[in-house]
Design a protein around this ligand. Structure first.
Ligand code: HEM
Length: 232
């Protein structure tokens, strides 16, 4: 399937966001506390190992993710899709476990602890479903879970986009507590909208009379186990 100009622009923006986030996070590899998030400097000095596992795992997933969504790469270079996919899953799991651990120390106490903890659990659940689905040969459902997984990981970028505005409107403490939720809930809603629009477009292309029923059946579409293994 050819991508529309709108999809290409959206994909480029996602990749640009991932690269900018990687450049932002690179400061942590200096291991110089002067470069750490100021309000959390003391915490990060005491928790350098889990923080760095979190950042490093997430960086892998964040940068590998956009390439996994390119249909050309999936079709023509399956081995690359599989290798990057494994790096994505490993990175997402290590990064999310690190994030879940770091959540207890987050800057605005229980409200932000809970927001980040649920986000980390969301990444673990959606990524695991993505892996399970491809192992079951359910290709479309695999792609849909991976869209959810990446939308959650992309919270790192939306957090840093919204934070200055939320801190201005609600103050440093409350703005940060709000962003711990606002950085991922709309991303998840966007992922659901995207998945449903793709299902509807697919059912229109396949000439179905009832887009909804086809959407339901295609999301559980099976592929022979051997073919699915070449993708997984
Ligand atoms: C999507 C799941 C994620 C969760 C649950 C999560 C969780 C956390 C938590 C709890 C902290 C400590 C926050 C605080 O001190 O208040 C943190 C910090 C940090 N995380 Fe994540 N994070 C996620 C994604 C990412 C991604 C994709 C990156 C990209 C590299 C990233 C990079 C960082 C960095 C650089 C910090 C240090 C704080 C700063 O300088 O802004 N995180 N994360």
């Amino acid at each position: 399937m050819m991508w529309s100009a709108r999809t290409k622009i959206g994909w480029s923006l996602v990749l640009a966001g991932a690269v900018l986030m990687a450049l932002f996070a690179a400061r942590y590899y200096t291991f110089d506390p002067a470069n750490y998030f100021e309000r959390q400097r003391a915490v990060y000095e005491n928790q350098t190992l889990p923080l760095m596992l979190h950042i490093s795992g997430m960086l892998f997933a964040l940068l590998a993710g956009p390439f996994q969504f390119r249909p050309g790469l999936r079709r023509r270079h399956r081995a690359v899709h599989r290798a990057l996919g494994k790096a994505y899953v490993a990175g997402a799991i290590v990064g999310a476990v690190g994030g879940l651990y770091m959540a207890q120390f987050s800057a605005s106490g229980p409200p932000s602890d809970l927001g980040f903890a649920l986000l980390a659990i969301g990444v673990l659940v959606t990524t695991t479903f993505g892996v399970v689905r491809i192992r079951q040969g359910m290709v479309q459902s695999h792609g849909e879970w991976m869209i959810r997984s990446y939308a959650l990981i992309f919270a790192a970028i939306t957090l840093r986009l919204y934070l200055p505005f939320l801190e201005k409107a609600f103050g440093e403490h409350d703005g940060y507590a709000i962003v711990a939720w606002a950085c991922w809930l709309p991303n998840l809603a966007f992922a659901e909208w995207l998945i449903r629009s793709r299902q509807a477009a697919k059912s229109v292309r396949s000439g179905s009379r009832s887009p909804r029923s086809t959407a339901r059946s295609t999301s559980t579409q099976h592929m022979p186990r051997d073919s699915a293994r070449t993708l997984a």
